[in-house]
Design a protein around this ligand. Sequence first.
Ligand SMILES: NC(=O)C1=CN([C@@H]2O[C@H](COP(=O)(O)OP(=O)(O)OC[C@H]3O[C@@H](n4cnc5c(N)ncnc54)[C@H](O)[C@@H]3O)[C@@H](O)[C@H]2O)C=CC1
Ligand SMILES: [Mg+2]
Length: 339
Amino acid sequence: MFRGIINLRLIAPVCARRSSSYVKQKRYLFDLKENDDVCRQALKSGSFYLFHDLLPLLRKSGSGFSVPTVSAQELQRTINKHGQDEQKIEDAVLVGCSKSCVAEFALDLGCLEKSSLEADLDGTFTFLPKALLLLEGKCAPLVAQAQALLRWHETHQFCSKTGNPTKKNLSGSKRICSTNGLIYYPQMSPVVISLVSYKDRCLLARQEGFPAGMYTALSGFCDIGETLEETVRREVAEEVGLEVDSLRYYGSQHWPFPSSSLMVACQATVQQDKLNVNKSELEDARWFTLEEIEEALQRGIVHLKPESGTIPIWVPPKWAIAHELITSWVQEQKAHSNG
Ligand SMILES: NC(=O)C1=CN([C@@H]2O[C@H](COP(=O)(O)OP(=O)(O)OC[C@H]3O[C@@H](n4cnc5c(N)ncnc54)[C@H](O)[C@@H]3O)[C@@H](O)[C@H]2O)C=CC1
Ligand SMILES: [Mg+2]
């Protein structure tokens, strides 16, 4: 068992006054999730993020893009205008609530005609990976969470035990089998992502399916019954033939691809650097110096095709926890060299 230093990135405890509004917000969110009557009320006054066949609606905003919301009244008008029954609004799923306790929902309008919807709503339904690259701040994780929840409902319409239809509760926090009452909750698959380092270098790898030139930290899904530490040890051994001797928790991230993973990130060290790369899993794995990593971070996303010759190394974008892990390693290396 590892006894790593757990340096949770917990936000410093908020002051007593603010924590009461935080507590109030989270308790209201709990009521919305569990109490259909409370949720039914909120559907009349909440705000709605819109999707079309799981593509989020984005709107041009200044030099970038935003994720617009519509009010319940605007949504009713839009649904009516496109000839849909108002009942459609109950297909919405709860994705959160604002600090002032306004419920926030996500609704997929894939049954309506896309281009006229986009004209009405002054936006574009956008492919998720592209949308996440275009969005800044909290918008990206929020859109990822909403899309993952909408997709979960779309792919869990039937009970895996009886084969009979399941029905979502009003908030969409669960689905219940219509015959035996079995309850299904939205799942995330735990995945460990480890930035392995040896003395002054770190290890990055790429799979064949990655964009040309992109390298990232080692990652792997937890097998059932495994602890996170055991998964780190197994995945590093499996993928590059090394034994991890220490690990330190860094942080976590919901990752919507391929279907809702919970990325648990850690820094890991090994006692030797002789790689034995498992080519059935990885196309390549290499040790990188601080200088090479800083250049890769500087470079940002490289959009070159494999046929365009040598492609410079680049790493996942800012909103991926791999990027944060790599940046944190650079900061530690520089702090270490500055003594
Ligand atoms: N957010 C980030 O910064 C990064 C996220 N990732 C994500 O981490 C995940 C795991 O990375 P890999 O190296 O591919 O995993 P991996 O090394 O475990 O290999 C993938 C294999 O795991 C098996 N598997 C076990 N449980 C699975 C499940 N619940 N869903 C899908 N496959 C499962 C499948 O056989 C699959 O082919 C990927 O979804 C990838 O998108 C990877 C790198 C960076
Ligand atoms: Mg892997």
